[in-house]
Design a binder for this molecule. Structure first.
Ligand SMILES: Nc1ncnc2c1ncn2[C@@H]1O[C@H](COP(=O)(O)OP(=O)(O)OP(=O)(O)O)[C@@H](O)[C@H]1O
Ligand code: SF4
Ligand SMILES: [Mg+2]
Length: 342
């Protein structure tokens, strides 16, 4: 077992690489001590995303998923560490130097209602990134927008409508068309189906899959719902309080979670009872996650999960477990992983 989760080689297949990324927010101190508090939203994350794959990121609310997503595409400046995209270190690029890099990496937001300007027509919303990046003359932009509408399953009749005239699923299609406009290599999708009715979620997830096949897209797919990420991800990173606590192939992770937090998240996924199951079959043991995620301003010492972990022992409150990569490529940050290394 090695204890260094950082990439060992310059693998040309890697499109996005984050090395020890931190994002800290300085909060106003209380009026008595005036000491500023630091909120560690992302606290030392290292990961790689290979071209064409989907990396899922899961964790409870407040674990830092959205902040990490924004760091990965430099929508927010990072406090420490390094982000490389397509072979280029983008960590400290100025706005001007970042400009030619931006088209290659796009974000799709959770709430299409909030992320689309209500006063602009759908066609204009999708045209905006094309105009910013000087795609071509107005006829070329119009053609491209019509093509994008077609690609995401909207029709030409939708071009002149305003966001409120669409259903939630259609609005997310507009958000996806806008993200696709500049032909990105990477899309970071931040809970792109969480705000949608369950019946619509599958359609939008299928659209993501189709687009990946068609354009060879690479996704970072953020969700708090393990059921959703399972269906779209090649690999999954589980986050807790700003850290990755487990990272593994989807099948490996679901087959046998190694981190107690992953196990707890998985046992919280409701099992669907469609009446065809064997009533005699043993039921998955449910590990109930009690309490809330601790305040990231006051991260528990040792293992951040020890205040809620059913397996915690003395060492857990004292020593912080580091993310260790096993030879099989699974990474886990736990003193007492639930499966043996290998
Ligand atoms: N601009 C900011 N200033 C201060 N704190 C912030 C800021 N943005 C996020 N945070 C804090 O950082 C932590 C991580 O937030 P983040 O939104 O990344 O979590 P999340 O995992 O995406 O949660 P959710 O599932 O609710 O979307 C939270 O404690 C949040 O309050
Ligand atoms: S290090 Fe200890 S407290 Fe943390 S997840 Fe592992 S067993 Fe639980
Ligand atoms: Mg979020």
């Amino acid at each position: 077992m090695t204890t260094d989760p950082r990439p060992r080689t310059d693998d040309p297949g890697v499109l996005l690489r984050a090395t020890d990324v931190t994002k800290h927010y300085a909060l106003r101190g209380d009026s008595l001590t005036r000491r500023r508090k630091v909120l560690r939203a992302v606290d030392g994350v290292s990961l790689e995303v290979r071209g064409g794959e989907t990396l899922g990121i899961v964790g409870e609310s407040g674990c830092g998923k959205s902040t990490l997503g924004r760091c990965l595409v430099r929508l927010t400046d990072i406090t420490g560490g390094r982000v490389e995209f397509d072979g280029q270190d983008i960590t400290t690029l100025s706005a001007r130097r970042l400009r030619p890099v931006r088209p290659g990496m796009q974000l799709v937001f959770q709430d299409p209602q909030a992320s689309l300007n209500p006063r602009r027509r759908a066609g204009d919303i999708v045209a905006e990134p094309l105009l910013i990046h000087r795609y071509g003359d107005s006829a070329a932009v119009r053609r491209r927008v019509a093509e994008l509408f077609d690609v995401v399953g909207l029709s030409a009749a939708h071009l002149d409508r305003y966001p409120h005239e669409f259903s939630g699923g259609q609005r997310q299609r507009i958000g996806i068309a806008r993200a696709l406009a500049t032909s990105p290599k990477l899309i970071v999708a931040d809970e792109p189906v969480s705000a949608l009715d369950v019946s619509i979620q599958a359609q939008v997830l299928n659209l993501f899959a189709d687009l990946q096949d068609e354009f060879g897209l690479t996704y970072v797919f953020i969700a708090h719902d393990l059921g959703v990420v399972r269906h779209v991800s090649d690999r999954i990173a589980v986050m807790y309080l700003g850290e990755i606590v487990e990272l593994a192939d989807t099948e490996t992770l679901y087959g046998a979670p190694a981190h107690p937090y992953t196990e707890a998240l998985m046992s919280a996924v409701p099992e669907i009872d469609d009446g065809t199951g064997d009533p005699q079959a043993p039921r998955r043991e449910r590990i109930v996650l009690t309490g809330d995620v601790p305040d990231p301003v006051a991260r528990p010492a040792g293992c951040a999960f020890h205040t809620r972990c059913p397996y915690a022992r003395e060492l857990c409150a004292v020593e912080r477990p580091r993310l260790a990569v096993t030879p099989s490529g699974r990474a886990v940050a736990c003193h007492y992983p639930l499966v043996a290394a290998g």
